[in-house]
Design a protein around this ligand. Structure first.
Ligand code: PRP
Ligand code: ZN
Length: 291
C-alpha cells in the first residue's frame, strides 16, 4: 500500500459533515483537494476515502480502507450476508437516529405480532428480517431503494421500516412510529486484517484521539468551594463525576476547593443543589480535550 492510512467516510448525507468535524476536533487537518474521491490529512499520513455510506462496511471489510465512519444502521444492514466483517471499534456519539416501524396514524399496534401477514416496505431488508424473526413474526418485506414513506399511500405496503431522526418525514406522510427496530449512531469500524506495522501507530493515535473527543463531549469541569464536612453530599450531587480533587483553601481551616470532571450535562438545578448543600463560587467550564 501507499504507506498512508485510509479512512472511509460518507461523501454526502447525514454523517458527512459531522465525520469531518470529528476528524478536525481530533486535530487532523482535512485538505479538500481537487480529487473528490480522496481528501488528504495534512498533518498525518492519512487519506480519506469519500464514498457512499452503503459501500463503507464493504470497503472496510475487504481492507480497501483501514478504518471507516458509518452509521450502525448501514453497518448492520450491509454486513449481514458477508464473510469479511469489519470490527466495530467504538460509538462516536453523533448521527443518532432510530430505525422504526411506522404505519398510518390510525394503525392499531400491539407489538410486533400486529405485523403478522402484512407487507412492510423498507430499504433495510436484512435488519427488518432479523427483527421479524426474533419476534416470531412472518411478514412480507417489500425492498425499496428509497422514498419508503410513500409506500402505504401507494398501497405497496401497510407499514414501513425506516430511519427516523426528527420525525418530520413520517409526519408529512401521515405516518406514526410504533416500534424501534434499531437505535443507531455513527460508529468507527476497522478492517479485520492487521495494518502495516508503521501504520499501526497511526491507527492507535486516531483511536486515542477519537476516544478523547467523544469522551469530552458534554463533559464539564466543575470547580467550587465548600466546607469539608459537606464533601460527601457534594460528590453525590455531581453527575457522573469520579472522585473529585480536593485542595485546602489558603487561610481557611474547614473550607476546601473541589474540582471534578462531570461526564454528564450539568444543569442549573444541579448548581442550585450544590449551593443549597453549602458550595460557593461555583464554576462550570467546557472541556476541549481529554485523554
Ligand atoms: C432518512 C429516512 C427519512 C428521513 C427521516 O433518509 O429515509 O427519509 O431520513 O428523517 P426525519 O425523521 O428527520 O424526517 P436519509 O436522509 O438518511 O436518506 P437515505 O436513507 O435515503 O440515504
Ligand atoms: Zn445510503
Amino acid at each position: 500500500m501507499s504507506g498512508r492510512l485510509r479512512i472511509a467516510v460518507q461523501k454526502s448525507g447525514r454523517l458527512a459533515d459531522k465525520s469531518l468535524e470529528l476528524l478536525e476536533a481530533a486535530g487532523l487537518r482535512v485538505l479538500k483537494g481537487a480529487n473528490e474521491l480522496l481528501y488528504r490529512i495534512e498533518n498525518a499520513p492519512i487519506d480519506l476515502l469519500r464514498v457512499r455510506d452503503d459501500d463503507i462496511p464493504v470497503f472496510v471489510g475487504d481492507g480497501v480502507a483501514d478504518l471507516g465512519i458509518v452509521g450502525l444502521n448501514v453497518l448492520e444492514e450491509h454486513m449481514g450476508e458477508r464473510a469479511a466483517k469489519p470490527e466495530q471499534v467504538m460509538n462516536l456519539g453523533f448521527g443518532k437516529c432510530d430505525l422504526k416501524i411506522a404505519a398510518p396514524t390510525n394503525f392499531e399496534y400491539r407489538g410486533p405480532r400486529s405485523l403478522q401477514g402484512l407487507r412492510i416496505a423498507t430499504t433495510y431488508p436484512h435488519v427488518l428480517s432479523r427483527f421479524l424473526k426474533e419476534n416470531g413474526v412472518s411478514a412480507e418485506i417489500v425492498s425499496m431503494r428509497g422514498a419508503v414513506e410513500v409506500a402505504p399511500r401507494l398501497k405497496l405496503a401497510q407499514a414501513i421500516c425506516d430511519l427516523v431522526s426528527t420525525g418530520a418525514t413520517l409526519e408529512a406522510n401521515g405516518l406514526a412510529p410504533f416500534d424501534t427496530v434499531l437505535r443507531s449512531e455513527a460508529v468507527l469500524i476497522r478492517a479485520p486484517r492487521a495494518v502495516e506495522p508503521e501504520l499501526q501507530k497511526v491507527v492507535d493515535s486516531v483511536l486515542l484521539r477519537f476516544r478523547g473527543v467523544t469522551a469530552s463531549r458534554g463533559a464539564k469541569y466543575v470547580m467550587m468551594n465548600a466546607p469539608r464536612a459537606v464533601l460527601p453530599e457534594i460528590t453525590a450531587i455531581l453527575p457522573g463525576a469520579g472522585s473529585p480533587t480536593v485542595t485546602p483553601l489558603a487561610g481557611s481551616d474547614d473550607k476546601v476547593a473541589i474540582h471534578a470532571v462531570c461526564q454528564e450535562s450539568v444543569f442549573w438545578e444541579t448548581l442550585e443543589q450544590l449551593k443549597a448543600a453549602g458550595a460557593s463560587a461555583i464554576l462550570v467550564l467546557p472541556i476541549e480535550k481529554m485523554m
